[in-house]
Design a binder for this molecule. Structure first.
Ligand SMILES: Cc1cc2nc3c(=O)[nH]c(=O)nc-3n(C[C@H](O)[C@H](O)[C@H](O)COP(=O)(O)OP(=O)(O)OC[C@H]3O[C@@H](n4cnc5c(N)ncnc54)[C@H](O)[C@@H]3O)c2cc1C
Length: 474
């Protein structure tokens, strides 16, 4: 009985301490060092305010358990304001249901919907060496498959949201982190010291927890000395904004060519976003073509049958008849992609493609998120979605550390984030890399195997449902 009373009392004390801590106002601390140098301190500093870093700042800013914490976001680029016009941005993302959930939680999704985005109700993926294809339809699931939005629209919605929580998150634009001293890495630094950031305006900033969201060339990753796997695919992605004839434009199209995949994602009833992966030489050529020749090249890439492999074609036809007897109704109807009629002025550009993966995402007082931790080939449209998944999990463990009254940079909390995210990211990364290699050849046995495999998956509804379920998770 005595023990029970004692533990109840302790719980009460703990609850009161936690509540009191929450009531403390956020304070910007500033002090003079012995050398007269002005130093700012913050509980959490996020370096890099791209889509992932800005979402991290929003998620932490909206977290009630962090009300008393000083959170700073540093972004090297100036603050941008998007004024929507008839022209669309050439960088776009397919946003998964898990990403939309996070954006809803931070009050960002309604802003994106108000600006513009397009529902995807069907996806068709097929290849040029055989007739095999796979489709995913909205009827197979409760929600839309995904939404497509311009990166500029997502970034603008996040910026507007951060403007509304300025009392919770301080955003410093035009502010580049130039040097970082990390405890346990930087010489002569106490292992429990705070991370020290040297900023381009001459200031230094000390923090208990530094979050690196500064992209695939991350200086946080380098300063924290994380081992990193990194290579280039020797491929480039050509992007452009295309016009099509049509209405009810809600299908995402992707065709695997031996040179790389070409994809068209819906942006409105008549506008599509193109992402065409090919060799660097071909990319240069495609970007330099006249508008008319470029439109012809895109239509040709979606329609031509020059790569058709006769052996694979015969085998897939026979297999198709067999599948129809095993799984009637499982196989789906091929739709024809829309004809491209125009390309938006100055919308063509190309980006090098590579894979980067840090073997650790955390160390004491440091965590990596988004492309700073992992960057993949865009063929499955997963990059930013996995970055947003990092945001959800990291916000959760930081809130837990705060609730427990622990130092926010404590490794045991950060490790929970790392384990959970690597379990999700590593299988996706190896699948995407494997797919890239599997489709990057027209060698007959490989074409045959992948065509039969794709057809079988397409016919077996439970497997397709499992794929969608996995892609929808954070
Ligand atoms: C062609 C193409 C198509 C893609 N399509 C998709 C898709 O459909 N779906 C999808 O999920 N993903 C897609 N991706 C991937 C997606 O674009 C990236 O995963 C995402 O943009 C990464 O965001 P991030 O915020 O982590 O990094 P970044 O966008 O690189 O942002 C990093 C930010 O950090 C800032 N910064 C850098 N250094 C410093 C510093 N020292 N101090 C302060 N600030 C700094 C930069 O200014 C920048 O704003 C695609 C990628 C490509 C190339």
């Amino acid at each position: 009985m005595a023990t029970k009373l004692f533990s109840q009392k302790c719980c009460l004390c703990l609850a009161t301490v936690k509540q009191l801590r929450l009531l403390r106002p956020a304070v910007s601390r500033c002090y003079q060092t012995n050398h007269g140098e002005e130093q700012q301190t913050a509980d959490i500093v996020i370096s890099g305010g791209g889509m992932v870093g800005a979402a991290m700042a929003c998620a932490l800013g909206h977290e009630s358990l962090l009300q008393n914490k000083k959170i700073v976001l540093l972004e090297a680029a100036p603050k941008k304001t998007l004024i929507l016009s008839e022209s669309y941005g050439n960088r776009t993302c397919t946003l998964s249901p898990a990403t939309i959930q996070l954006l809803e939680k931070c009050d960002v999704w309604s802003e994106i919907e108000e600006m513009r985005c397009q529902k995807v109700l069907r996806m068709q993926v097929w290849e040029s060496c055989s007739n095999s294809l796979i489709t995913f339809n909205q009827e197979d699931m409760a929600d839309e498959l995904a939404y497509v939005a311009e990166n500029d629209v997502i970034q603008e919605a996040l910026t507007r949201n951060l403007d509304t929580i300025q009392d919770r998150v301080e955003v410093m634009y035009n502010t580049r982190v130039e040097n970082i001293a990390v405890p346990g890495v930087t010489k002569d630094m106490d292992s429990n010291a705070w991370v020290k950031l040297f900023i381009n305006n001459g200031q230094t900033l000390k923090t208990k927890l530094l979050i690196g969201s500064d992209g695939f060339n991350s200086s946080v990753r380098k300063a924290a000395n994380f081992h990193t796997l990194s290579f280039n695919y020797n491929q480039k992605a050509v992007v452009a904004v295309l016009n099509i004839l049509g209405t009810d434009n809600n299908v995402a199209w992707q065709r695997f060519l031996p040179t790389g995949p070409i994809a068209m994602l819906p942006l409105s009833d008549t506008v599509m976003s193109l992402i065409w992966t090919t060799s660097p030489e071909d990319a240069k050529h495609l970007v330099s073509l006249s508008d008319e020749s470029f439109i012809d090249a895109v239509n040709d890439a979606f329609w031509h049958d020059r790569d058709m492999n006769q052996v694979a074609q015969k085998a897939t036809n026979t297999f198709q008849s067999l599948l129809q007897t095993v799984s009637p109704g499982g196989t789906s109807v091929r739709q024809l992609p829309p004809t491209v009629t125009g390309v938006q002025n100055n919308s063509r550009a190309s980006f090098p493609l590579g894979l980067t993966h840090a073997s650790n995402y955390v160390r004491h007082r440091v965590a990596l998120i988004g492309d700073a931790a992992h960057r993949f080939h865009p063929l499955a449209g997963q990059g930013v979605n996995l970055g947003f998944g990092d945001v959800s999990k990291l916000a959760e463990v930081i809130a837990k550390a705060s609730e427990d009254g622990s130092d926010l940079g404590t490794l045991s909390y950060l490790k929970e984030y790392e384990t959970s995210r690597q379990r999700k990211v590593l299988p996706v990364m190896s699948t995407i890399d494997g797919l890239q290699r599997l489709y990057n050849t027209d060698f007959t046995p490989v074409v045959l195997l992948r065509s039969l495999g794709l057809q079988a998956v397409n016919a077996l509804t439970p497997i397709k449902e499992k794929i969608i379920e996995q892609a929808s998770k954070k």
